[in-house]
Design a protein around this ligand. Structure first.
Ligand code: NAD
Length: 244
């Protein structure tokens, strides 16, 4: 029970890595607030011990503040919400870049601002931000908007870590490789030849396969726990060898 006594807030916990992490944290004894913009997806938590759900659109700042105000003090914040846009710089639109910055970066800024005062009062807290190997770590083809915003997540993470390192707050990022989640499936199926697209995603993984969401969650559980007490400001890569 590595997270016993901790309250965790997770965004985009309806499916994929957010959901796998909510279940992993709950099984380690955390009281998990699993949130998502899509209420249907949250129904799957019915009857799951240590998990309560709340609809939360992270693009809505006042909704974030209202939710945090009715929660107990948050010990662990996992900012998982994010969106992937496809394509190079040449065709990218302002609207795409704005949307991705809002969802991938600004929403993290908002949730952190919402939980931080009570973390500071408690003198402890762990913030984990979802980034990606596709960021300042590595350029990948057709990920201009995505890589730009996920690089910003690493900067945001280091800034928060630097400002609060002496006040018991840790802030880290997690950088997965390619994970077989529902949205990846949608991106694959949007291609003319989905089978070839899946093979291309697998080909960029030196391990020769995609990750499963439950293979990313343990790193986030570790960062949430006191085992990671000396770790802050870092990007933790779980990428099947992409950045070897
Ligand atoms: P996903 O993309 O399949 O699911 C995303 C979830 O986010 C959905 O449940 C959706 O309802 C929710 N969501 C969308 N907009 C929201 C909003 N405004 N407010 C709250 N929730 C919202 O899940 P995933 O593929 O596990 O991706 C989760 C995170 O992991 C993203 O930040 C993504 O960029 C990152 N990531 C994914 C991969 C991958 O290969 N799947 C790799 C690296 C990083």
């Amino acid at each position: 029970m590595r997270l016993k006594g901790k309250t965790a807030l997770i965004t985009a916990a309806g499916q994929g890595i957010g959901r796998a992490t909510a279940l992993a944290m709950a099984s380690e004894g955390a009281q998990v607030w699993a949130t998502d913009v899509n209420p249907k997806l949250l129904e799957s938590y019915t009857g799951t011990a240590n998990v309560q759900t709340a609809v939360l659109d992270v693009l809505d700042k006042s909704a974030i503040n209202a939710l945090v105000a009715r929660m107990p003090a948050v010990d662990v914040l996992f900012n998982c919400a994010g969106v992937v846009h496809n394509g190079p710089v040449i065709g990218a639109t302002d609207a795409e870049l704005d949307f991705a910055f809002n969802l991938n970066v600004r929403a993290q800024f908002w949730t952190i601002q919402a939980v931080l005062p009570r973390m500071l009062a408690a003198g402890a807290g762990s913030i984990i931000n979802m980034a990606s190997v596709c960021s300042s770590m590595k350029g990948l083809p057709n990920r201009f908007v995505y890589g730009t915003t996920k690089a910003a997540v690493l900067g945001l993470t280091k800034s928060v870590a630097a400002d609060y390192v002496q006040q018991g707050i840790r802030c880290n990022a997690v950088c997965p490789g390619t994970v077989d989640t529902p949205s990846l499936g949608e991106r694959i199926n949007a291609n003319e030849d989905p089978e070839a697209a899946r093979k291309a995603f697998i080909a960029r993984q030196p391990m020769g396969r995609l990750a499963q969401a439950h293979e990313i969650a343990p790193v986030i559980v570790f960062l949430a726990s006191d085992e990671a007490i000396f770790a802050t400001g870092q990007a933790f890569t779980v990428d099947g060898g992409i950045t070897i």
